[in-house]
Design a protein around this ligand. Sequence first.
Ligand SMILES: NC(=O)c1ccc[n+]([C@@H]2O[C@H](COP(=O)([O-])OP(=O)(O)OC[C@H]3O[C@@H](n4cnc5c(N)ncnc54)[C@H](OP(=O)(O)O)[C@@H]3O)[C@@H](O)[C@H]2O)c1
Length: 302
Amino acid sequence: MRAVVVERPGGPDALVLVDVPEPVPASDELLVEVEAVGVNPVDLGNVTDPSWAGVRAPYVVGYELAGRAADSGEPVWALVPVQGTTNGALAERVAIRREYVAPRPPELDPIVAAALPMAGCTALQVLQRMPLVAGSWVLIHGAAGGVGHLLVQMARGVGLHVAAAGRVEDRARLTELGVEVWVDRSVPDPAAAAVSALGHELDAVVDLVGGRLAPSLPHVRVGGHAATIVDLTGDLDLAIDRNIDLHGVLVRPGRDQLYELAAEVAAGVRPHVAETYSLERTADAHRRLAAGRVGGKLVITL
Ligand SMILES: NC(=O)c1ccc[n+]([C@@H]2O[C@H](COP(=O)([O-])OP(=O)(O)OC[C@H]3O[C@@H](n4cnc5c(N)ncnc54)[C@H](OP(=O)(O)O)[C@@H]3O)[C@@H](O)[C@H]2O)c1
């Protein structure tokens, strides 16, 4: 069968489509015929340097997929751990620990389904970590991206008000998703701009970009909340002075998480699939994501 293997870490050219032996599932694994695979920033990082993931070449990246159980034909989706995975999803068939696979919502085609597990579970877990009540105001940095556009929808779904810092080109789309206050991300202090548009402090801030948490803390209310999925950098002392709780979130895979994601889908949450690529064009998909301005998700189809 065919798989996109990284034999020598490097840029997108390190992704090589080759024939590999068929996977043989262990007793706790399900053999899945892969139909579509979502592309994520962590894939790019792991192609260049797999040390954080704790793997060595050769390895296959791709951590979210939609496919069919090889034995029953049942439509499934999966999110596998980034750390320690050498047999990622960019292959015609993959043996996956059953704890990471679940039936996928029947209303989703494979391309849309493959765009959801990583970004959707991350968004959900960010939301779950912050004890916010309906009516609270949250500012999201990076709201137009893969995680961000889902987080906006989920936050609105639980009655939060959303402010977003983004590009001018993304304003209309963010507003359509439910963002009530948009601020230009290129201003020196987007959180200050959000507060001045709102007329009051923020209850929470979420950084999906990196480096945006510390500068936002002066604009979060005393006793408010702050979460990041990228880094905890800068002067965070204000979190002490203002009793703001800080959450570093690393997405946790698991069948229970996929069921919760399915409930979000049932409630109407959908990803925007900006572009699809064949398995042969995986390197182009990686180049496209690295170039930025995707405004949603890229998906590889098999
Ligand atoms: N901790 C975890 O479990 C976890 C899980 C998933 C993702 N992540 C990480 O979280 C980050 C976001 O993931 P993603 O899938 O949403 O990526 P993405 O689809 O590339 O989205 C990133 C968003 O941030 C925006 N952005 C980039 N540079 C910016 C800047 N200087 N100022 C403001 N906004 C900026 C991008 O806009 P443009 O592209 O238009 O510039 C885009 O809208 C990545 O670093 C990823 O590795 C972590």
